[in-house]
Design a protein around this ligand. Sequence first.
Ligand code: ARG
Length: 462
Amino acid sequence: MAKLASGRVTEKSSELLDRFNASLLFDKKLYAEDIEGSMAHATMLAKQGILTQEELSQIQEGLQKVKEEIETDRFTFEIADEDIHMAIEKRLTEIIGDTGKKLHTARSRNDQVALDFRLYVQKNTLKIKHELLKLESVLLRIAEEHTETMLPGMTHLQHAQPINFAYHMLAYMSMFKRDIERLQSAYERNNFSPIGCAALAGTPYGIDREATASALGFDAPTVNCLDTVSDRDFALDILYNIATILTHISRLSEELILWSSSEFGFIALSDSYSTSSSIMPQKKNPDVPELLRGKTGRVYGNLIALLTVLKGLPLAYNKDMQEDKEGVFDSVETALLSVEILTAALDTMTVNKEAMEKACRVGHLSATDLADYLVQKCGMPFRDAYKITGAIVVEAQKIGVDLSEMPYEILKAMAPCIGEDVKGYLDLRHSMNARTSQGGTATEATLKQISYFREWLAEAIR
Ligand code: ARG
């Protein structure tokens, strides 16, 4: 059914326009925020004497009924209503009569949509943060179990130096901790109420924006209404935050994919989080981390899309801005599901310590330690020590042993200052545990990092 003529527009709209113009099919997701906002607005109007108590009660009961209808699938969404704001107001007026028409006093859909959308973003900012905290608990648990588990640390995806698996997990904990902090700071930065800004210029009614702000859980009303009705920075914030979270998730996913390959065999994802091939019966595929890696693309897209929509918009509200919602909904849902499934996949994976340690014996991981030995014990300048170690590695390669198992006589022949104690330096676990500097990989240093994260998490979860 086409929309009836209203206001300045005197002819019935075309159905094509209705379909093109409507946001109802997606912004109905904001029904709860819309009703919450309307309740607060009406309460404030009554307190200010703009509505009577009787009118307020009618509006409150009516809105409650509308909510129930939506939640029990008895509400008819009609595209001609354009958006969730109009749809709810229309139904309210059908239920309670003319008083319903008073709800829109001293507000506009411009501040209304800014409010609803902000409430949605604020709520979901905290939800994503909550999911990330659960992920952090699992990462911490894995770290606590693996402070002695050695694996090859890599640069350029080439074996570099032995590190412990806890240390590796704590690197991801660090990334997600920053994500959590970014969400928290975005929450604080955006916790201001748009309602009462009306169309763009404020309103002549004696409203109390402080009252609506505090009823809705905001710290205060926004300061400048012209900005407020056209500001979607809060949406950009959550999109950027999600893009960064997914960047981190995709990096970890990539490692999970590599580690679960036959070439690495460092971990096995549990069967309940793996899939099989429709043709190759032997296969067990890491679809979860692959999809997580893939979903990163769509959340980047959502961020770029909104930046592009907002670019060059004159003040204040422009209909372009209706394009702000779908990408945010999509990113939020993607983030919540992604963090949840990553947490579950990590929580149920098995770690193959033997494979990790075996891999450390490939690639001469203690070469830096030999160079350090030559500096410390033989007093060589580092560059010379580096050169001689390089030659020794070439020799090890030639005779087909790892540097950690290189016969002492050969070492001695190549660098006469080397003593019997070199064996200790070439030992891979020694190499790992020598890195005791703050933030380093030695078990001793890792344990300190674990305490740091444990304390932080206990505090953050409270
Ligand atoms: N559906 C609109 C949106 O999402 C609501 C605001 C409409 N405001 C207006 N002046 N047409 O942006």
